[in-house]
Design a binder for this molecule. Structure first.
Ligand SMILES: *Cc1c(COP(=O)(O)O)cnc(C)c1O
Length: 463
């Protein structure tokens, strides 16, 4: 087992040591460009603006809580990934991070491809006009109906996740009189999170077919024999919120090793390799993510080097960033409801949303930052915990942060970097209505996912 640790300390996954909080920032009114969307700033009155619109105006028009998404920033980041990888590689946006029809259109316009992992995501992609050949279909338990729909639609690839699925997809494709392009997802024994990765011989998780014990090689052997399948490559996804490229290095080494074995055994050089997603973003000022062009350069070099050593032609690379594209582009706008100081401990700030619009803090102990958005303040910093309105003491949005000591009910606060895995993981817990997603660009705002209504809730409840 090899382990690589970052000098910043033992930060594993999204988890921080108990009781961790940093000192207050020098200026609580400052907005660190690392964690905020590109067009975010403050106007002359100190109100946070995005795309030229003040959050006070957005709150008035669309209510709170709301996810406010900077469309120009989304397009910039999508384009940066596309440009960084150029024409020799493909970028697939991971739809599970956040998917809506507007997002699908932006991706299409910016030349990206799209990963989906359910019938619902596929339906969203197709209904917004994403060409099927630019869609990849993922998942460890796709239903026969989902597979048939994907094959009929003509998706560019299905990523096969098990021995049973190899046969299932081959059978469905053949019965539809077609050959489905597929990749085989393998697990290479690399588990990567944030500043650490662990390389092992085995991986104990539900996704993919293990490289260990020759299982991945056997999967490729079987898939190559089936008429319904055209095997185009190998897929490997090693983790999430990764800053350190060394996990990808070990993964690429092992994937290329498999490609070499396949060539030696079958005389076939598979033309593609997909290295998955998982690239990290800054949730707080302590995080230092890499730029897409650095990541592209590093990944391309790793694969090229490994292939040269194995005397293989370099396969076409694809990557699947989700969080790294959409994560930083949105913030959640909340209204402060109650402010409760607990002597000698901290102040609890309750907002009008919570774990139903951001489950990541409860689920992963994720760290977020927060800023007073409707005004600036020179008051002394106070240590706060931003909590929601749910009947659950774990209903925490921001575990430890500093806000100005004069914070009061009616103030708007904003939590940045909530573009990924917040709306897409939102729930109706306590029958709270899921917030809208409002896209802002060049002084204009529009709702791309509307707020849920009580009518929506009651429509599902058929008595
Ligand atoms: C979740 C996932 C991604 C995207 O991960 P991010 O951390 O959002 O970049 C990409 N590929 C696969 C197979 C995934 O499961």
């Amino acid at each position: 087992m090899s382990r690589s640790a970052h000098p910043a300390g033992p930060r594993h996954a999204d988890v921080l040591p108990e009781g961790h909080y940093t000192a207050p920032a020098e200026d609580l009114n400052a907005l660190d460009p690392k964690v905020w969307a590109h067009t975010v700033g403050r106007d002359a009155d100190g109100v946070v603006t995005v795309g030229g619109i003040a959050v006070t105006q957005l709150a008035e028009e669309y209510g709170t809580p709301a996810y406010i998404l900077d469309e120009a920033d989304f397009r910039d980041r999508a384009r940066a990934w596309r440009t960084a990888f150029g024409n020799d590689a493909d970028v697939f946006y991971a739809g599970k991070a956040f998917l809506s029809r507007a997002v699908v259109r932006w991706l299409h316009e910016e030349g990206l491809n799209l990963d989906v992992c359910s019938g619902g995501e596929l339906a969203t992609a197709l209904s917004a006009g994403m060409p099927a050949e630019r869609i990849a279909f993922h998942g460890n338990n796709k239903s026969p109906e989902e597979i048939e729909r994907a094959v009929r639609a003509g998706v560019g690839r299905i990523v096969l996740d098990s021995f049973q699925e190899i046969v299932r997809v081959a059978h469905i494709a053949q019965s539809l009189g077609t050959r489905q392009r597929v990749q085989i997802r393998i697990t290479v024994g690399v588990e990567a999170h944030t500043h650490e990765f662990i390389a092992t011989a085995h991986e104990d998780q539900k996704f993919g077919i293990p490289l260990a014990g020759g299982q991945a090689a056997e999967a490729v052997r079987r898939a190559l024999q089936l008429d319904g399948l055209e095997v185009i490559g190998i897929h490997s996804h090693i983790g999430s919120q990764i800053f350190d490229m060394s996990g990808f290095e070990v993964a690429a080494h092992r994937v290329v090793g498999l490609l070499k074995d396949i060539r030696d055994e079958h005389g076939v050089e598979l033309p593609e390799i997909d290295l998955g997603g998982g690239l990290g973003i800054a949730y707080t000022s302590d995080d230092d993510p890499r730029e897409p062009h650095e990541i592209a350069k590093a990944l391309t070099e790793i694969v090229t080097r490994e292939c040269e050593a194995a005397r293989l032609a370099t396969p076409r690379i694809s990557v699947e960033p989700g969080r790294a594209i959409v994560g930083p582009t949105a913030f959640t706008l909340y209204e402060v409801g109650t402010v409760k100081p607990l002597d000698g401990l901290r102040t609890y700030v309750s907002v009008d949303g919570g774990m139903s619009d951001n489950i990541r803090t409860a689920l992963y102990d994720a760290e977020y930052s927060v800023a007073l958005a409707s005004r600036t303040s020179d008051a002394e910093p106070m240590l706060v915990r931003v909590v929601g309105k749910h009947c659950e003491s774990g209903d925490i949005v921001v575990k430890d942060a500093f806000l100005p000591g004069d914070l009061a009910p009616g103030d708007l606060i904003a939590v940045p970097a909530t573009g990924a895995y917040c709306r897409s993981m939102a729930s109706n817990y306590n029958h709270v209505l899921r917030p809208p997603v409002v896209a802002v660009r060049d002084g204009a705002a529009r709702v791309i996912v509307r707020r849920e209504t009580e009518e929506d809730l009651l429509r599902l409840d058929v008595g």
